[in-house]
Design a protein around this ligand. Structure first.
Ligand code: PMP
Length: 430
């Protein structure tokens, strides 16, 4: 494979863009490679500017569950664009989108659209603070909720990948209002509540952690959080930016049968356009301006292009009866294939998976169910694995602490190919 055009493009980009990228993990820094610059994509295939093609298991970090440039989604965006790209005034497309979300996500009775997952989580904690009259939030070490100040404290995703879990620029005042517990450790949550009971507005959690690699909630963990929040008058926020519409029509809350008070949603509902949303029970959501006193706004919120793409995508899910069973079938096949390859090659590893999100951890641990266990992974080995995968035409996340996503666009042949590429890579590593 030849990367000369990407190498030149990266050099050029670095002159005018910090680090050459508009979101840090894209720079391939932790895998010590030059990032590939993308030219185009269709279905499960992406093409870089040197003409190399890859089967894509990043899917724009999750949202493209029907693959790239789905005909119906592209047509909906085109149609909407013909009628103007933004009005800053209400449209019926926003109501249609809201109704679809309310229909699909069990705990959501009303929903407000924003422009990213970060905006959704920032707004959700403001709402929780306004609703409860309390100031602190409890989050989990290694969970990532976007780059809002309150969340860049022991944060996951690119923050751990780049060794920057706590960012300069976050004030001490902000940091003191974020309390930290350990994922899958209810005792650590209870201990914090013993001391701060009256002060905690909300617990915010990734119901399946995806930003320290996939870490599955242990039996009783989410239910335990629900009980602790209810008992102490705090709200429970599920950050379903990754899990929403991916694990089930109603996200992780439907999948695990635990209802949060507020749900944050992100990129998936934009079908690839910049979108986020947060929703919950009526009496909580009606605290928002203009009905209530909690202020939150957005010039481009509910943008007609994003609404067209998003509602088309949600209707595609509703009209594809085998959607989740097919995702599960393909992801299970891949999971089994990787486990068998690990055994064949004698490489130590753990594969964590829920539905179509999974991570292969290169680790000597027996299991990865906590942040500390995730951190014991061999990131040098992952970097080598990433490079070998790329050279076999398989595009996966350039970090150990992210997910691999299976989409409806992946064919059985795509799954066979990634299993074969995985075996080839593991043989080289062994
Ligand atoms: N929450 C979670 C769980 C996420 O995974 C992400 C992004 N990967 C965000 C929030 C932030 O979303 P965005 O990047 O759209 O701001």
């Amino acid at each position: 494979m030849q990367f000369s055009k990407s190498i030149e493009a990266f050099q050029q980009a670095q002159k005018s863009i910090p680090g050459g990228v508009n979101s840090p993990v894209r720079a391939f820094k932790s895998v010590k490679l030059n990032p590939v610059f993308i030219e185009s994509a269709k279905g499960a295939t992406i093409v870089d500017i040197d003409g190399n093609t890859y089967t894509d298991f990043v899917a724009s970090w999750g949202p493209l569950i029907f693959g790239h440039a789905h005909e119906k989604i592209v047509a909906a965006i085109n149609d909407a664009a013909q009628k103007g790209t933004s009005y800053g005034a209400p449209t019926t497309s926003e109501t249609e989108m809201a109704e679809l979300i309310v229909e699909m996500v069990p705990s959501v009775e009303k929903v407000r659209m924003v422009n990213s997952g970060t905006e959704a989580t920032m707004s959700a904690i403001r709402l929780a603070r306004g609703y409860t009259g309390r100031e602190k939030i409890l989050k989990f070490v290694g969970n990532y909720h976007g780059h809002g100040d309150s969340f860049l404290i022991k944060a996951g995703s690119g923050a751990i990948t780049l060794g920057l879990p706590d960012s300069p620029g976050v004030t001490a005042g902000n940091a003191k209002d974020t309390l930290l517990a350990n994922y899958n450790d209810l005792y650590s949550v209870e201990k914090i509540f013993e001391e701060e009971r009256q002060n905690i507005a909300a617990i915010i959690v990734e119901p399946v952690a995806g930003n320290m690699g996939v870490v599955v909630p242990e039996k009783g963990f989410l239910q335990g959080l629900r009980e602790i929040a209810t008992k102490n008058g705090s709200l429970l926020i599920f950050d379903e930016v990754i899990t929403g519409f991916r694990l089930a029509k109603g996200g992780a809350q439907e999948y695990f049968g635990v209802m949060p008070d507020i749900t944050t949603l992100g990129k998936i509902i934009g079908g690839g356009l910049p979108v986020g949303a947060y929703g919950g029970r009526k009496e909580i959501m009606d605290q928002l301006a203009p009905v209530g006193p909690v202020y939150q706004a957005g010039t481009l919120s509910g943008n007609p292009l994003a609404m067209a793409a998003g509602s088309t995508m949600l209707k595609l899910i509703l009209n594809t009866p085998d959607f989740y069973s097919e995702l599960e079938r393909k992801a299970k096949k891949l999971h089994k294939g990787i486990l068998s390859n690990l055994e064949t090659t004698g490489i130590n590893g753990v594969v964590n998976r829920v539905g179509s999100m999974m991570t292969l951890f290169f680790t000597n641990e027996e299991k990865v169910s906590s942040f500390d266990e995730a951190m014991n992974s061999n990131t040098d080995r992952y970097a080598e694995y990433f490079k070998l995968s790329l050279e076999s035409g398989i595009y996966i996340a350039p970090s150990q602490f992210e997910c691999l996503f299976v989409s409806y666009a992946h064919t059985d042949e795509d799954i066979d190919n990634i299993i074969a590429a995985n075996l080839k890579a593991l043989k080289k590593l062994s």
